[in-house]
Design a protein around this ligand. Structure first.
Ligand code: GLN
Length: 248
């Protein structure tokens, strides 16, 4: 199962955030601690999205292990941002391994990531997919469960549904259609981040000026807390709300 991370707060370099911590996302790509649901390492791709000076997000993603890309290591050392979403991918068996299957998925200011799996793929998703515009299905980033999840969330965002509700409704409807799915997602516009704990681990660390939401804590410093399953967190750099998925 992929590992992902979202950060909002004072600008940090991508290197400080993703490469330097003792149990960084880089390390989680080859030595993750918690791979419930399948997979051993996260070597099928990675992606990083960030917001330069509050502008629309920039995205770098590849279908190769993050440790095997010297370019991103160099860029990360000289790139700072106050809002970042990143993921390392362990493809679910049978799903495409291509650049475009790596999170984050994006539209406009949004960045999205999924850590988990949709059970019964693709048959279990036929009824929900049928409600999407055909064009969205023809232009999915990749033929993966995560790309379809993004299309389902994006459809609600386009309709003006609030981000936390768009995620909560999507997670709830997919879980009903495909029981046993793991549906941890991250969604941000660079100011607010939404994160679901739905079948997989999610931890957070908040300071008065920042918030980090992660699949696995990246160091042993104090301040991390686990988000219980079935909860959804919505946070800015300075405010945080957490309640049951159904309450949003
Ligand atoms: N199932 C998704 C994929 O194959 C997400 C991967 C994961 O969390 N392991 O892309």
């Amino acid at each position: 199962m992929c590992r992902h991370l979202a950060y909002l707060g004072p600008p940090v370099t991508l290197r400080e955030l993703l490469f330097d911590p003792p149990h960084s996302l880089l390390r989680q790509s080859w030595a993750p601690r918690d791979m419930r649901g399948g997979g051993t390492i996260n070597a099928d791709g990675f992606g990083i999205g960030w917001y330069p000076d509050g502008a629309a997000p920039v995205r770098y993603r590849r279908a190769q292990p993050i440790w095997s890309d010297p370019t991103i290591a160099e860029l990360a050392a000289v790139t700072s941002a106050g809002a970042v979403l990143a993921a390392v991918r362990s493809a679910t068996v049978g799903m495409a391994i291509v650049d475009t299957a790596a999170a984050p998925f994006t539209e406009g200011r949004w960045l999205f990531s999924h850590n988990g799996v949709v059970r019964g793929w693709p048959d279990s998703m036929v009824p929900l997919a049928a409600e999407l515009p055909v064009r969205d299905l023809l232009t999915l980033d990749a033929t993966t469960d995560s790309a379809l999840l993004w299309a389902l969330v994006r459809d609600r965002l386009r309709a003006g549904v609030a981000p936390a509700r768009a995620v909560a409704e999507t997670v709830t409807s997919v879980a009903a259609a495909a029981p046993g799915s793991r549906l941890n997602v991250l969604l941000t516009d660079g100011h607010t981040v939404v994160a679901s704990a739905a079948g997989h681990a999610l931890s957070l660390r908040a300071t008065p000026a920042s918030v980090l939401l992660v699949s696995e804590p990246h160091d042993d410093e104090p301040g991390w807390r686990e988000v219980p399953d079935g909860q959804l967190v919505q946070a800015t750099a300075t405010e945080l709300r957490q309640q049951a998925l159904a309450a949003w």
